[in-house]
Design a protein around this ligand. Structure first.
Ligand code: UDP
Length: 456
């Protein structure tokens, strides 16, 4: 954890942070806020009322609601609030209609900067591309936070090329073929990004890439040794400063949790042997149907391993929580909660592996704790992260053919006993730890970021 240093009068300089209002985007932005605060900056979080962060967990930040302040505005009431489609429609909405409203709020903040201290810059989620023109019009430098991997951005930046080469038109018989331009990937990974036949997603992606290039710099939740070849490509294709900092190593994501964390299982976890428990969570957004849920549950039971499973309410389409499972179905070996303090679980000695959907936060949190993974990606960047984890880093077992109880049970048994995977995960953790020491890459990158923001 960081010491909160009130260094060299920087506290009078303010940084505005604007996260996209979804758990996987709020967490890294607030971790970044904590990091910048610890380096002496004042932090103002611009947030929507939808999924507003718990302000009481961050008394050191100032919070300002933007974009959806008018509860009567019918445009907001119509937006769905659950699942992937909801996230995409909100994102589209902000990018389309957010500029005027954000500009007004920023003008007010800039006008009060004599009283509240000068504003150094605005840092927004890279997906909120509309913020670049707003920042430009106010002569406010804008940096972006990319909440996924560098590998993901390299692939996203190649989508127009992959589209030209016809990948998005390929039918089901080609799914298992290798992508010629990126040998790590199969055709199905590219298709699962979710932009096939979606003109508006392509437009959004193109705008995100353009406005990322137009920004004053990119902040990544990653570290150099993890993605060295991709860093070279990013520096070549995005000729602006890039800063790589593994946030989970500085601050836990738990303080920005939108759901209440259940901690009641800790006495049980504390009594489990070293590396004996599988932690299972598929993040804040994806949903599965009943059939797949039952395959997951049966696979867990059949594996005969101890497990802690975070089943978010709404995870199973059409069910509120666990009602599909008969009482006692999961047996003595299993514990289920609605939402867990994930990083603490991953850091626990008893946790031996993580079955994940490979959202980037979960992936990096696991890497930072040296925990091997089972990869079950669904969409977006997850299939890319899963390939990277299982085939480039080789710290995970890829469950790439859907949810089938036998395959699940086999993958669980394998990941719990595979000493080679565990050793590689341990070495990777060691690399991130070294990168944080005084001459290490992450330490230096953070120092460069602070100097850079202080100088703009
Ligand atoms: N998370 C958590 N408790 C849970 C499940 C998830 O605190 O029970 C956190 C996790 O630590 C991570 C975030 O929620 O920081 C999920 O982000 P990720 O990018 O992995 O996936 P997404 O939710 O965006 O699909």
């Amino acid at each position: 954890m960081e010491n909160q240093t009130e260094s060299s009068g920087r506290r009078c300089r303010r940084i505005l942070l604007f996260p996209l209002p979804f758990q996987g985007h709020i967490n890294p932005m607030l971790q970044l806020g904590d990091l910048l605060y610890s380096k002496g900056f004042s932090i103002t979080i611009l947030h929507t009322n939808f999924n507003a962060p718990a302000t009481s967990n961050h008394p050191h930040f100032t919070f300002k609601s933007v974009l959806d302040n008018d509860p009567q505005d019918p445009r907001f009431l119509e937006l769905p609030s659950q699942g992937i489609a909801a996230a995409m429609s909100r994102l589209r909405f902000f990018n389309q209609f957010g500029a005027d409203s954000l500009r007004l709020e920023l003008e007010l903040l800039l006008a009060s900067s004599e009283k509240d201290g000068p504003i150094s810059c605005l840092i927004t989620d890279a997906l909120c591309h509309f913020t670049q023109s707003v920042a430009d019009s106010l002569h406010l430098p804008r940096l972006v936070l990319r909440t996924s991997s560098l590998f993901c951005l390299v692939i996203y930046a190649s989508i127009p090329l992959l589209d030209d080469r016809g990948y998005f038109k390929l039918g089901d018989t080609h799914l298992e073929e290798q992508v010629e331009e990126f040998s790590l990937l199969k055709v199905k990974d590219i298709l699962k990004i979710g932009i096939k036949n979606k003109e508006d997603s392509m437009v959004m992606l193109t705008a995100m890439l353009k406005q990322t290039k137009a920004s004053s710099g990119i902040i990544w939740n990653s570290f150099k040794e993890l993605e060295e070849p991709e860093l070279k490509t990013v520096l070549r294709d995005f000729p602006i400063p890039s800063f790589l900092v593994p946030f989970p190593k500085h601050f836990p994501a738990s303080s920005s949790s939108l759901l209440e964390q259940d901690r009641t299982f800790f006495p049980w976890l504390n009594n489990q042997p070293l590396n004996s428990v599988l932690y299972v969570s598929f993040g804040s957004m994806i949903q599965v149907d009943e059939k797949d849920f039952l395959e997951i549950a049966n696979g867990l039971v059949d594996s005969k391993q101890s497990f802690l499973w975070a089943v978010r309410p709404g995870f199973v389409k059409g069910s509120s929580w666990l009602e599909l499972l008969p009482d006692g179905f999961l047996g003595e070996r299993g514990r289920v909660v609605k939402w867990a303090p994930q990083q603490e679980v991953l850091a626990h000695d008893a946790t031996g592996a993580f079955w994940t959907h490979n959202g980037w936060n979960s992936t990096l949190e696991s890497i930072c704790e040296g925990v091997p993974m089972i990869c079950s990606p669904i969409w977006g960047d997850q299939p890319l992260n899963a390939r990277y984890v299982s085939e480039a880093l080789r710290v995970g077992v890829h469950l790439e053919y859907g949810w089938q109880r036998e395959k699940i049970a086999n993958a669980i048994r394998r990941v719990m006993v595979d000493e080679d995977i565990r050793e590689r995960a341990r070495v990777l953790k060691e690399k991130v730890d070294v990168s944080l020491t005084n001459s290490g890459s992450s330490y230096q990158s953070l120092e460069s970021l602070i100097d850079y923001i202080s100088s703009i």
